[in-house]
Design a protein around this ligand. Structure first.
Ligand code: HEM
Length: 416
């Protein structure tokens, strides 16, 4: 899709608009300047506000009493919302909860995701997997599609190890994740009826995790599945819907997001070879480079919030009940916060001010893990990397929610 075909409506509602990011960003940059809180009226959607400035996303998300996530926290069509309200949600995860309910459910796994637990119990496994996948690049003979052959398997294996899913079931999980998150992209969707495929994937997840819960209740271990299966709120175990939803959010939110950032981050390094050299000479910069990659890629394109009362944002009158789309992708290119936002700079002083993990009470639960995973991979790859180049066109998924590179064809020389 060319810039001229993109409009403020299509960049938020048409999955294909996200497959051409340059064109997407050029419309978003115009909106930040001319209409930063923009009313979007599109045929199949309830009207909503697109919030494109960094400061405005923070203003909304920090007031979680005034702006709720609700069960419709991801943009969907009018029909999908109506169906969900009528039938009830298939899943109810943390991102669909507000207030005390959210605090209670988040508390079940909050400690598990803390840096100390992750460092002590999972850093060695993550380092082992990073080595395995850089070795795999060597085995692939100096050429591969980094997104398809390396990034998605590495991220998948990390998240599955953490959950405690055995290696033999990982491919099945990969397939299910892609059917759920890539439901708009024909390369990943499960046949012509994509929504049906996504629903079938949810059912498959539930059946898989039902067995896992029974197992972890009988034989608890240190993995995350055990923490969820044996979690309690007010002294009672979690309801089934919440238990399964917890597994699904971790399996899905923890996989595509990190693999996308890894692939998109490497792509940007290849496009800026001076920055590879810089990181090889100063490995201490890798942590900051990872923040810049997360800012750059912003794999979670948006989340929604719903106003609980009338509110004025940048002079626009938001009515109680109105939906607001927080565009993280746009906020992370906000010229008021990031100098030369379209420059990829591993030394950027305020890279960590990005909003790719959101902000406030819903701030990404897996942020520490994601950072650990990305840093560990680049710490393994960069010292062994002698040469690397792109060999073809990179491609991006067509998805309005979670997206990023799906093809990064590369040629490289690596030390064994
Ligand atoms: C680069 C990788 C990742 C990105 C960019 C990302 C992004 C996000 C964003 C934007 C949110 C919503 C924040 C908000 O509403 O303010 C979120 C929430 C969440 N993320 Fe991540 N995420 C990543 C990796 C992970 C990983 C590895 C896991 C788990 C293993 C994870 C689990 C979650 C969970 C459970 C929530 C819901 C938190 C809540 O609502 O309280 N994420 N993430």
């Amino acid at each position: 899709m060319s810039d001229s075909e993109n409009t403020p409506v299509t960049i938020f509602t048409d999955p294909n608009a996200y497959a051409d990011l340059q064109a997407w960003h050029s419309v978003a940059a115009r909106l930040r300047k001319e209409d930063p809180v923009c009313r979007i009226e599109a045929p199949r959607f309830e009207p909503f506000w697109a919030v494109t400035r960094h400061a405005d996303v923070i203003e909304i998300e920090r007031q979680n009493d005034k702006f709720h996530n609700t069960i419709a926290s991801v943009l969907q069509t009018h029909d999908q919302t109506a169906q969900m309200r009528q039938l009830g949600p298939m899943l109810k995860t943390l991102i669909n909860m507000d207030g005390q309910e959210h605090r209670n459910y988040r508390a079940v796994t909050n400690d598990w995701f803390k840096p100390n637990n992750l460092k002590r119990n999972f850093q060695p496994r993550i380092a082992e997997l990073a080595r395995k996948y850089v070795d795999r690049m060597v085995e692939l003979g100096g050429e591969c599609d980094f997104a398809m052959d390396v990034a998605r398997f590495y991220a998948l294996q990390v998240i599955m190890s953490i959950l405690g899913v055995p290696e033999s079931d990982e491919l099945k999980m990969l397939d299910l994740t892609q059917k759920l998150f890539g439901a708009d992209d024909p390369d990943f969707a499960g046949g012509p009826d994509r929504r049906t495929a996504a629903l079938a994937a949810v059912m498959d997840f539930i059946s898989y995790f039902r067995d896992m819960t029974a197992d972890r209740r009988a034989h608890p271990s240190g993995d995350l599945a055990s923490t969820i299966a044996n979690g309690t709120i007010d002294g009672k175990p979690l309801e089934d819907l919440h238990t399964f939803s917890y597994y699904v959010i971790v399996a899905t939110a923890g996989h595509d997001t990190t693999s996308s950032t890894l692939a998109g981050g490497l792509e940007e390094l290849i496009r800026n070879p001076d920055q590879i050299k810089l990181l090889q000479q100063n490995p201490d910069l890798i942590d900051n480079a990872v923040e810049e990659m997360i800012r750059w890629v912003t794999p979670v394109r948006h989340f929604m919030r719903f106003a609980q009362e009338d509110y004025t944002l940048r002079g626009r009158k938001i009515k109680a009940g109105d939906g607001l789309l927080m565009s993280y992708l746009s906020a992370n290119r906000d010229e008021e916060v990031f100098e030369q936002p379209f420059r990829f700079d591993v030394q950027r002083k305020n890279a960590e001010d990005h909003l790719a993990f959101g902000v406030g009470v819903h701030f990404c639960l897996g942020a520490t893990l994601a950072r650990m995973e990305l840093r560990t991979f680049f710490r393994e790859l960069l010292p062994r990397l002698e040469q690397i180049e792109l060999t073809g066109t990179t491609q991006y998924t067509a998805a309005t929610f979670v997206g990023a590179p799906k093809r990064i064809p590369i040629r490289y020389k690596l030390r064994k």
